[in-house]
Design a protein. Sequence first.
Length: 418
Amino acid sequence: MHNQWCLLVVVFGLLGFHEPLLGRKKNKRVDPPITSEQLPVQQECIVDFPECDQIKEKAYHIRVLLSEQLLDVDKASWCWEFKSSTGFFLADSVTGSKRMKSAQMKLRISAKEGFFYINDKKVQQKEFLLKAQDGHISFQDRAYGGSFFLTINDKRNRCYLINMVDLEEYVCSVLKSEGWPGWPLEMNKVLAITSRTYALAMMQGARDNKRIYDLKSTNAHQTYHGAHAQQILKKAVDATKGLFVGYQGNPIIAMFDICCGGVVPAHIEGFDFGRAPYLARDYACTYCKDCSSYHWSFSLGKSDLIAHLQKDYPQLTTLREFKITKKDKAGLVCEARAKGVRTTLALTGRKLYSLFKEIKSYCFGVQKKGNAIIFSGRGFGHHIGLCQWGARAMVRDGWDYRNILAYYYPGTKLMKLG
Ligand SMILES: [Zn+2]
């Protein structure tokens, strides 16, 4: 559930998002919410997404990095453990043809001095595919679909373990770790499409940069823990098979946050919307108002505030004033000032967000009350892209996944893999 945050860091980097800030306006005019009837229904168009698979298996397999290790000099200090009830075989990584069979049900693979060792026996191939005889394999006690690609890079002194898995299986897995338990089918369809879209965009990036994997399995990209048996998630994936959100024929950077807090993304400063115009939504989402994070607040005693700030700014020993000095049109904090006796700090909203876990977004204000500072803000996340709790409420109101995606990613098209 934290991947949104890592995803946003990656994507902000990608789009050149620099220290946005904002502020709230009193008596702000609230536009009536857009309804599904006002939106053009997304039309699907079929595209042939370019073949991304460098290792010749069937198309739309995705390569997920499960582990990356330094090559040990003499004795490996780690090992990858695989289990299969029917034994394994090793295949050529280019042709896919079988090379070696093993009836053993457990393999411990490590690497040292530039070579892999399987159950302590040296393997001559620097890279190969590992598969189970019956297709069912587990790695570190988790079941995975597809096969595993193991490769050594002598130049980097590293070895890599990559799961080659069908894109749809991958999306189904990610829904379990990135979604919310108990959410209805239609909402899971929305999440399946955004997750698939993100994966396809990463595949494109990997190909352009000649990376040997498409995504990491951690929350740096999308959390992926292998296969599971949750039927509602499988149903959502099957019902949206191959669908992704496209812009000018390419998968979009499908950013999402937990609750947008009604912030208008187009008003956010410092975000390169030129590279992702579909993220510049110019109307406020009004659907997440019932989310507990739509409004948040907490208070801190002056001494606690100083103690927190001192972790990064030890020069601040006293606090005479703490206030927000600049917000952008969207209401995001651009700059706050902490004034001591001898020093004055200028802090960005993002910096404060990183210092205080109670600050849930970049849209907030501060108020002094006695000896305490009260922080109050709106939303949970970065305010850009799909608002998860907003989309959840839209499903409750009868919206379908097509209109929800069109609402949050204006100007995009729903596309389908050919
Ligand atoms: Zn929202």
